[in-house]
Design a protein. Structure first.
Length: 195
C-alpha cells in the first residue's frame, strides 16, 4: 500500500467517525488543560466560599492556608472529578458542534447550534460539576467523588445533583457567542492561508 493510499484510507476513516474524532479531540484538550489549571480552579472555589467568613482572603492567603493544612495532595483533592467533568463536557460540546456546523448555512443557525451544543454538554455534565465542587469545599467530609455521590443519594435526592441548573441557559449564551466568534475567526484565517 502506497503512502497516498494510506492517507486516503485514514481520511475516509476519520470522515466516517467524525463525531467520535471531534469528541475525542475536545475531550483530550479539556483533560490536559483542566489538569494543568486545576490548582487555580481549586483556589477560586475556596476563595469564593470563604469570602463571607474572611473578606480579606486573597490568593496568597489561600495558597498559604491550603499548603499548611492540606499540602500539595490536598490542593489536588477532587482533580479526578474535575478532569472527568471537563473531558466529558468538552467532548460532548465539540463533538456535537463541530460534527454538524458545516451543514448549517446561516450565521444564526450556526450560533443557535453552538448554543444547543453547549447547553446539552453543560446539562449532561452538571452532576459531575456538583460533585466536583462539593469535594473541593468539603475535603474532610468526602475523600473522593464516589463517596460524595453515595452521600447525595443516601441523604438527599438525585434532584440535588441538578440544583442550580437553570443558570446554565444564561451561561450557555455567552459561551456560544464566544464559540461562534472563535469559529468564524478560525474559518477566515484558514481561508486566507489557503489563498
Amino acid at each position: 500500500m502506497k503512502y497516498g493510499d494510506k492517507e486516503n484510507s485514514l481520511r475516509k476513516s476519520i470522515e466516517k467517525h467524525y463525531y467520535i474524532v471531534n469528541g475525542f479531540a475536545g475531550g483530550s484538550a479539556g483533560f490536559i488543560i483542566q489538569f494543568i489549571i486545576y490548582p487555580f480552579e481549586y483556589f477560586r472555589v475556596i476563595i469564593s466560599n470563604e469570602t463571607n467568613k474572611n473578606p480579606k482572603m486573597g490568593i496568597v492567603q489561600c495558597v498559604k492556608d491550603a499548603m499548611k493544612h492540606r499540602g500539595i495532595r490536598g490542593i489536588f483533592n477532587g482533580v479526578t472529578n474535575n478532569v472527568i467533568y471537563m473531558a466529558s463536557a468538552r467532548g460532548v460540546y465539540f463533538g456535537l458542534f463541530d460534527s454538524f456546523k458545516d451543514r448549517l448555512s446561516t450565521w444564526y443557525y450556526r450560533w443557535g447550534w453552538s448554543y444547543v451544543s453547549i447547553l446539552i454538554a453543560l446539562i449532561v455534565n452538571y452532576p459531575l460539576d456538583t460533585i466536583r465542587k462539593r469535594v473541593i469545599l468539603a475535603p474532610h467530609k468526602f475523600i473522593n467523588g464516589r463517596e460524595c455521590l453515595k452521600h447525595i443519594i443516601r441523604n438527599e435526592s438525585l434532584g440535588s445533583l441538578y440544583k442550580g441548573v437553570n443558570i446554565l441557559s444564561v451561561q450557555a449564551v455567552t459561551m456560544s457567542i464566544l464559540l461562534y466568534i472563535y469559529d468564524q475567526m478560525f474559518i477566515d484565517i484558514f481561508r486566507k492561508n489557503r489563498n
